[in-house]
Design a protein around this ligand. Structure first.
Ligand code: LLP
Length: 421
């Protein structure tokens, strides 16, 4: 569900014509709909209205300050994976005491910074990290709250690069080892409060079963730990609920909520969720201009001014993004590869896609580009990153200016000595 629809033949983001945005801001441009973000947050939140819960929006999906502020204004907490993301959250007015810190490779500096900001929980992913966290807390003469990230060994049936809860993945701690770590920490790591269990099994998950299977294991672990004297009061389910890119039937958050609440009934914990894609994925589009069209020996190509540096998901995961014309036409359908200007054959936005013939100068909208697109974009080929715009009702706001070439090499230098003969 989103608010990018046609009025007659023209595509609009809420009440703003996409053509107008392209004219005013240029292309390529990411456009997010404020109303869609709010709707998605509320849908997720209300799925858990009857349970004690905290939503920690996963910043990595889309970390623009205005996106973060939209969620913090709604009461959201945040799931971060770096000190940089924590700084963004604070800058956007987010509440650090509703922040959880995930990731297998937190540095000592990042840990110290997050402790000082009094974040809610560290999602600790290894025994070494646990010991370092305790050491830093001792040094800072304070305490840190911990959830161990357990690896439940459940197959989320998604792309292998975004599966995280299998034995062979680098994430989390295997259950038996985790039990030992809880007990060890409780006895020996005196500056830690072992109060949570964390898991995250993967991303773009479109069935409920993997979540339910995981919760069964987490529920059993919670009971077992309590029997052993570890007072678990938070269970973090991570993120992962998928969206519709093509014709996937992703469960509505309310169905996900029903399944989670059923599986955790009687557990008496505060549930934490780290949704990313589900809140922002369909709330954004990438608008690009057609530069050229050409007929290769085997294929038609549509060459656009957006490339894999702007939208890396198709080349990284072979993922599908619908592509729609910004102005509908009655032209014939063709099958074409939609490609960017980057010098790699892997630079494509879509392959063998059926769409209406387009001409140079016309605009295309790449749909469902709100999650993991801008945040994974790069400057490859010395391309400036796209501008970002938020629409709200009839208004548009530039929330990130297009970069300038000079900014891309501002930090580089040619020291005189290096080039002395
Ligand atoms: N929590 C943790 C610990 C995570 O690692 C992730 C995503 C999330 C929450 C949020 O998951 P979500 O609700 O968005 O599925 N770049 C890939 C996705 C990578 C996901 C990484 N972790 C893509 O474009 O599909």
């Amino acid at each position: 569900m989103h608010y990018f629809d046609y009025k007659a033949t023209k595509l609009y983001g809420e009440g703003v014509s996409i053509e107008r945005i392209a004219k005013e801001v240029g292309t390529p441009v990411f456009i997010y709909s404020h109303k869609t973000l709010v709707r998605h947050y509320n849908a997720f939140d209300s799925a858990f209205k009857d349970a004690s819960h905290i939503i920690c929006y996963s910043v990595k999906a889309n970390s623009n300050l205005s996106v973060l502020k939209t969620f913090s204004n709604l009461g959201s907490g945040f799931d971060i994976v770096s000190g940089g993301e924590l700084k963004r959250v604070i800058k956007a007015g987010g509440d650090p005491t509703k922040v959880v810190f995930s990731g297998v490779g937190k540095s000592e500096e990042e840990i110290a910074f997050a402790i000082k900001k009094r974040i809610l929980l560290f999602n600790v992913e290894s025994p070494q990290e646990l010991r370092l966290l305790n050491k830093v807390a001792v040094r800072l003469k304070t305490r840190a709250r911990v959830a161990l990230r357990v690896n439940p060994d459940v197959d989320p049936k998604t792309h292998p690069y975004i599966s995280t809860g299998l034995k062979q993945n680098k994430f989390g701690i295997e259950t038996e080892e985790a039990v030992g770590e809880y007990l060890y920490a409780q006895k020996r790591l005196k500056s830690l409060d072992m109060i949570g269990i964390d898991c995250h099994i993967g991303s773009q998950i479109t069935t409920l079963k993997p979540f339910v299977d995981t919760l069964k294991k987490i529920k059993a672990l919670t009971t077992r730990l309590r029997t052993l004297g570890v007072d678990i009061s938070y269970v973090n389910m991570g993120g992962g609920l998928g969206i519709t890119y093509d014709n996937e039937k992703a469960p509505h958050p309310s169905k996900y909520g029903e399944a989670v609440l059923k599986a955790t009934r009687g557990l008496d914990v505060t549930l934490i969720f780290e949704p990313g894609r589900n809140l922002v994925g369909n709330a954004g589009i990438l608008v690009t201009k057609v530069l050229y069209t050409k007929k290769g020996a085997d294929k038609n190509f549509i060459i656009t001014d957006a490339a894999m540096n702007d939208l890396p998901r198709p080349s990284l995961y072979d993922s599908y993004h619908a592509i729609k014309p910004v102005t509908k036409t009655r032209r014939r359908e063709i099958t074409a590869d939609v490609v960017g200007p980057i010098c790699e054959s892997g630079d494509f936005l879509a392959r063998d896609r059926e769409l209406k013939e387009v001409r140079p100068g016309e605009l295309l909208s790449v749909m469902s580009a709100g999650a993991y697109c801008f945040t994974m974009s790069s400057n490859y080929n010395t391309r400036t990153r796209a501008a970002e715009v938020m629409v709200k009702g009839r208004n548009l706001f530039v929330i990130r200016e297009r970069e300038k070439h000079e900014e891309l090499f501002k930090k580089e230098s040619m020291p005189e000595k290096l080039f002395k003969k």
